[in-house]
Write a protein that binds this ligand. Sequence first.
Ligand code: GCU
Length: 346
Amino acid sequence: MNNSNYRKKAPALLCVLAILAAMSATLTGCGGNPNEPRIVRVAHSQSETHPQHLGLLEFEKAVEEKLGDKYDIQIFPNELLGSSQKAIELTQTGAIDFAIAATANLETFADVYEIFSLPYLFANEDAYHATMEDLDYMKTVYASTDIAGFRCITWYNAGTRSFYAKEPINSPADMKGMKLRVQQSPASIALVKAMGAAASPMSFGEVYTAIQQGVIDGAENNELALTNNKHGEVAKYYSYDKHQMIPDMLIGNIAFLDKLTPEEYEVFEQAALLSTEVELKEWDKQIEEAKNIAQNDMGVEFIDVDIEPFREAALPLHEEMLDRNPAIRDLYDHIQEVNKNYEAGK
Ligand code: GCU
């Protein structure tokens, strides 16, 4: 968290403590009055202009249009309720009802989610979208965390991840000796190590200050991290090695979802799908804007690297991970089939 973020968050954190205290007292509306709509809390880690927040506003609207007398959706952006990891735990225990979580943060709850951290898994963006939009297949993945106390109800695009740093990275050789932030996922740690760099797992909110203070040399993410999260202020070289496409998931507390009537469940599910539609459209628009802003206003240089050396260094991880984690095998094979249909555009 950078200083200005901290200043913004400090009063908010006090509110959060009050909210959490109230939440532990009751799971119904503010005062526990059964005649008031049940407050439904949704946490995420992005800003209020981010595509995911705009998608969630549609979720709120769609649920409240049909069930406003029963449910009042409240959205908490900017890691206001804590890091993504924390928000997952709050959703798990039912202290809040929904959160957006990167699949990298779901790996500790269901092994299958490790699949998305595999580098160069999808042939291209079309194969990625086709996989994620195949809801018949994805429903089994979505249900994989039921046993942990929450279920995924839709996905959001979080783009393609590439490395960015204070110094230019043109090939894996340039990464030797660098320390780079990764998500808290064993596969992402292994990826950075395979490139010859040191991996520094930390939560998203800590990255800006860590780069600024020289604790790390850079990180890896989509282009919105440069603008929305201001990382472009402190890291001026973004190298398009395109190593991962890691989606974000909207997860809901299982006890909350199970208590909904089938009609209500349908409303929440449709609202979630609508939020994804909005998010995907906004994503494409905002990525283009982010590149312009980063390049022209923030002075970030985008480097079109030769991807092959990065891919070569990373690919041995596929077999290693498949051997270590059999839970990803079925989805891995499924994605290879999807890839075949999209290989031409690779
Ligand atoms: C992206 C993603 C977040 C994730 C973050 C990260 O911004 O949308 O869900 O937390 O990357 O690298 O931690």
